[in-house]
Design a protein around this ligand. Sequence first.
Ligand code: GLC
Ligand code: MG
Length: 532
Amino acid sequence: MAQGDGNWWRDGIFYQIYPRSFQDSDGDGVGDLTGILRRLPYVKSLGVDAIWLSPIFPSPMADFGYDISDYTAIDPLFGTMADFDALLSVAHENGLKVILDLVPNHTSDQHPWFIESRSSRDNPKRDWYIWRDGKDDGSAPNNWVSEFGGSAWQFDEATGQYYYHAFLAQQPDLNWRNPQVREAIYDVMRFWLEKGVDGFRVDVIWHLIKDTEFRDNPPNPHYVEGRPPHERILTQYSTDQPDVHEVIAEMRRVTDAFHARVLIGEIYLPLHRLMAYYGNDLTGAQMPFNFALLSTFWSARAIEKIIEDYEKALPKGAWPNWVLGNHDRPRVASRVGSEQARVAAMLLLTLRGTPTLYYGDEIGMRQVTIAPEDLRDPFEKNVPGIGVGRDGCRTPMQWDSSPCAGFSGVKPWLPLPEIHVHENVVNLEADAFSILNLYKRLIAFRKQCPPLVAGTYHPIAAQGDLLIYRREYEGEAVTVALNLGAEPVALTTSTIGFGSKILVSTYLDREDERLESVLDLRGSEGVIVAPP
Ligand code: GLC
Ligand code: MG
């Protein structure tokens, strides 16, 4: 992949780092920028092309950095601007792009903009946030609920009005219908783009614009008892409004004024709504995140259907992408099991479209059980006991078998599981057949295999536990066969070609094996096969 190529993000592989949990360098139990810098050789060794950093900006940390009080500085917890500049330049010297998290939907309630806004009804920044009178009886302006539980409206004594917050009360929503707000955030984007960052992952981008009339949201007729309370009400008027696409196109014009930058959108929406985020004539986000694999039922038919529906729904010319894990969802190794985590890796790295990896998934990190006294996530604290907690997927990277896993010299901000003594980078690097070496092998293989990087996708079969598809590029092809079950399966090579050859097995032990009439797959085995 040539440096400076404007389409690098199509060929590339992204790696999400949750900075609090990657590497602590100053002994406070929280990861930081110098820590990430120290671990860049590891990131580079994986073969990925870009790192995306979850927020590193000054924040009271009510939502661990997703509540920002200054968009153009670095939180001292993570280091200094000089540390960031050093990380950016070393990353670039090593051919790694750097993507920042842009959180434009809301600020911290400690942001100077909000402090001004709440100070009086006629403050010039009053309209930068969403202020409304209560109903005649004093209750909240409408029935909108916070994703983190309770009403989305917070009454503010000082000026006698409510402000809207889609998440915590400490995260007031900005008013994106106000042109000054837009310009202020576009300036923030330019600040980082001028420094040389390669793009943004835009937080909750589908939330930016709300209904002008603030109508009540309808109830959700499909609400499932036991699911988070905010799902009782649909978000018909509070998210995904048509005008949001105008804002995203503006953001895209900001990034497009710089060479070779990428705009990624965080969007949890049904497929047909998601596709709109590519924008009219692809003037929206280049990569509206595709989260379908985060919640799929793990069966061949279900996954084939997801791929098929997604491929069909893509607008002309739109580039696909796939995500297997992030800092908000349970670890893939816990969702599908440790054996299937290897199959999932092969799936992610052989599908058509840009893959995004979540730190630690490459070493098979599992959801860590969090004792009540160790709980940090405000979502879990507000909506306890139904399994929404996100701490378990945000635990420190397991680098080695030492007491703090090589992450820190002191007790880390979230606990380490005992299993880290075995499941850590040092041990897995030394084991030629480990999941870590599988990830490295798959990434390296993908890179030199044009059908995987740029080829078309052709479904072949989804029967029982078997998922088979072919990728093709200019007369070259590979076939991928995944056993999504624990039992061995055999298939005749009539579907994939007599005399073909195994290129990679998820067990890493069958390279170059020739296939005669039958392909025997062990339980939880996936293979990439070359035609005869
Ligand atoms: C996004 C982030 C999540 C955060 C929320 C509010 O969904 O990924 O971690 O809590 O936005 O900013
Ligand atoms: Mg630290």
